[in-house]
Design a protein around this ligand. Structure first.
Ligand SMILES: [Zn+2]
Length: 120
């Protein structure tokens, strides 16, 4: 499952950082994820529960909460600079609503970042 690898990636990164900071219990993780990552919110929750429960022996993530901010897709036209919203399904073939150019870049929607985490 795609979401499982996203969560595993997140937990690995948080664990590395927690070790550096001498944190032995993480209570909250705040994640920012763009729509282009194709993650289903419910599946993210399920994967988080499965993986943090599996970690119970060490206790680093026991009882931890996950807070996810989903970012919608926002494109910018390379021809006229006009920013416009899109979706995971449509962005590859999106056309600028102002000048009809099919050339665009992603302004937001492809994020996968750990905004912050709390622990002690
Ligand atoms: Zn344009």
């Amino acid at each position: 499952m795609h979401e499982t690898s996203l969560i595993q990636f997140t937990l690995d990164a948080v664990e590395r950082r927690a070790k550096e900071l001498g944190i032995c219990h993480v209570s909250d993780i705040r994640l920012v994820i763009g729509e282009l990552r194709g993650a289903v919110p419910e599946q993210m929750e399920i994967a988080f529960h499965l993986l943090t429960s599996a970690d119970q022996a060490r206790g680093l993530f026991s009882g931890a909460r996950l807070d996810i901010e989903y970012r919608p897709v926002l494109l910018r036209c390379r021809a006229c600079g006009h920013p416009f919203p899109s979706t995971l399904e449509a962005y590859a073939k999106a056309v600028c609503p102002r000048c009809e150019s099919a050339s665009h870049e992603i302004l937001s929607g492809d994020e996968l970042l750990i905004d912050s985490f709390c622990g002690e």
